[in-house]
Design a protein around this ligand. Sequence first.
Ligand code: NI
Length: 174
Amino acid sequence: MNSLLPIVQLGNPILHKISEEIQDVYSVKGLVPNMIATCEHVGGIGLSAPQIGQLVRLFILSSKPTPAYPDAPYIDSFAIINPRIVWRSDEEVTGWEGCLSIPGIRGLVTRNKSIVAHYIDLNGVEKEEKYEGLLARVFQHEYDHLDGRLFIDRTTTRNLATKLEYERIIAEKP
Ligand code: NI
């Protein structure tokens, strides 16, 4: 049975720390299913290890349509270990983001439209993948967490909104 993990919230200094490379994939074999269960339980599309208090270079991508992300593609949740972004498109896109560690707040963030990343999967296999669209955005958001950077560090207060105002903005300009 998987356990739901408490999510570290903004204000906790752990969210600003740099995470360490994982030397042995087996050291996180037990953690990953609990991170996936936690991410899915709260309807998140990504969850990084620092957000559950572990300063290791690991995150979950969990893309599926949710009320907050109705256009998200359906992809089984999977673990990204020791990621490196090795290429970023010159083209950038600005879109809305939220964070499980910053409940109730959303913000417009400019990111590279597509990226190529290297990482290790949960079986210890090295992967190279190109990501576009929402997955590229989520990847960059979660990757930032491993370097202690939050989406609110990449925007300005004028581009932040509470849930109430975000819904009003979206209704006016879908
Ligand atoms: Ni986040």
